[in-house]
Design a protein around this ligand. Structure first.
Ligand code: SAH
Ligand code: SF4
Length: 348
């Protein structure tokens, strides 16, 4: 076994699918995996934790992902759209608070056409912020226009790298198609954010190991991993959902396999455990995403139940995450927090 742990430390590129399946099938080596991930994180991306302020600007969605509360078929949700002025007002506030990245997230909502998004990007870039889009699958021409307008990053989790499971969860989409979007975004010069949920029905060590191999294969610049949390308003309401330990292990292993990636301690981690995000920051994560969606909209962006921060006041989440970072003895990131890629060595 020490041989495999050594391999994690010194030969990450040669870690195989079978070895990952093994590590995901037992809890015996978890403590060691978490320690290695924390060491790798410190060595490759340092002690800074980058803050990305997220604005969830629309909860309309034309998709029907089986797990998600924003899915089109959910009639039990109050839908909202923020107009561009409202969004920009919020971005201004974020810039004033000295945060360097804004994440614009929504359901797949064609109401925001190519031009609306383009203009938002142009205006935000004038405020000297990095712009991350997280608005689902759009056409390749739009990705290009938005890149030219100044967009920097795109979050598009691959959700699961098992094509059969992907198909079950997304009746109108395929894993191959999802992959093609990620590769296109990368080719256009975006930093890309793949990632998955953990604890989906039908997902075991084999499927999770494939997620890790996929993230390494596409060299994902950012990696969003969180537990699947069953939503009572979806067909998956009766499923079990993901647990803290397995999700942490997925975060830790992705840090080990892709050492310079930016990896958030996700909101879903904080939603299944009171210290979920703090623990994730100690097991490989180096990013945190405070919720800056304004009221009255914020409580309506219900991807899953018991989401944290829904009733925090306005910008309170910024101070909360700053306190979290300093309490952990880490530093608050001051730069834009682009991926550091210059370290090439394959050793911890
Ligand atoms: N529409 C965009 C962005 C919003 S969804 C998109 O799909 O990319 C953002 C993420 O929320 C998804 O990638 C998914 O991984 C996560 N999510 C959705 N429903 C969830 C649930 N029930 N539990 C945990 N995460 C969920
Ligand atoms: Fe829409 Fe994204 Fe939810 Fe799928 S995961 S239903 S695309 S908001």
């Amino acid at each position: 076994m020490s041989k495999l742990l050594n391999k994690l430390k010194y030969k990450r590129d040669s870690v195989t699918l079978e070895e990952l399946i093994f590590l995901l099938s037992t809890n015996k080596f978890d403590k060691k995996i978490f320690e290695i991930a924390d060491e790798v994180r410190e060595k490759y991306v340092g002690n800074e934790v980058h803050i990305r302020a997220i604005i969830e600007f629309s909860n309309f969605c034309k998709m029907d992902c089986l797990y998600c509360g924003l899915r089109r078929q959910n009639k039990n949700i109050k839908r909202y759209r923020m107009n561009p002025e409202e969004i920009l007002k919020r971005v201004r506030l974020i810039a004033e608070k000295n945060i360097k990245t804004v994440v614009l997230q929504s359901g797949e909502d064609p109401y925001y056409n190519t031009e609306i998004i383009e203009n938002l990007i142009i205006e935000i870039k004038k405020m000297n912020l990095a712009v991350t889009l997280s608005i689902g699958e759009r056409n390749f021409e739009e990705y290009k226009i938005w890149k030219n307008a100044g967009a920097d990053r795109y979050l598009m989790r691959h959700e699961t790298a098992d094509p059969n499971l992907y198909k079950k969860l997304h009746p109108s989409d395929t894993f191959e198609n999802r992959k093609s979007h990620l590769l296109k975004l990368k080719e256009l010069g975006y930093e890309i954010g793949g990632g998955c949920m953990v604890g989906l029905p039908g997902q075991g060590p084999y499927e999770l190991a494939k997620d890790l191999i996929f993230l390494r294969e596409i060299d994902s610049d950012m990696i969003g991993i969180g537990p699947f949390i069953p939503n009572p308003e979806t067909p998956l309401r009766k499923e079990k959902g993901g647990n803290l330990n397995t999700t942490l292990k997925m975060i830790a292993l992705s840090r080990i396999l892709i050492p310079t990636a930016n990896i958030p301690a996700t909101t879903a981690m904080g939603s299944i455990h009171p210290f979920g995000r703090q623990i994730a920051l100690k097991c490989g994560a180096n990013v945190i995403m405070p919720n800056l969606t304004p009221n009255p909209y914020r409580p309506n962006y219900t991807l899953y139940p018991n989401k944290i921060c829904l009733f925090e006041r306005d910008t309170a989440c910024i101070n909360c995450v700053k306190g979290m970072i300093t309490n952990l003895g880490r530093e608050i990131g001051k730069s834009f927090g682009f991926r550091i890629k210059n370290l090439q060595t394959n050793e911890v």
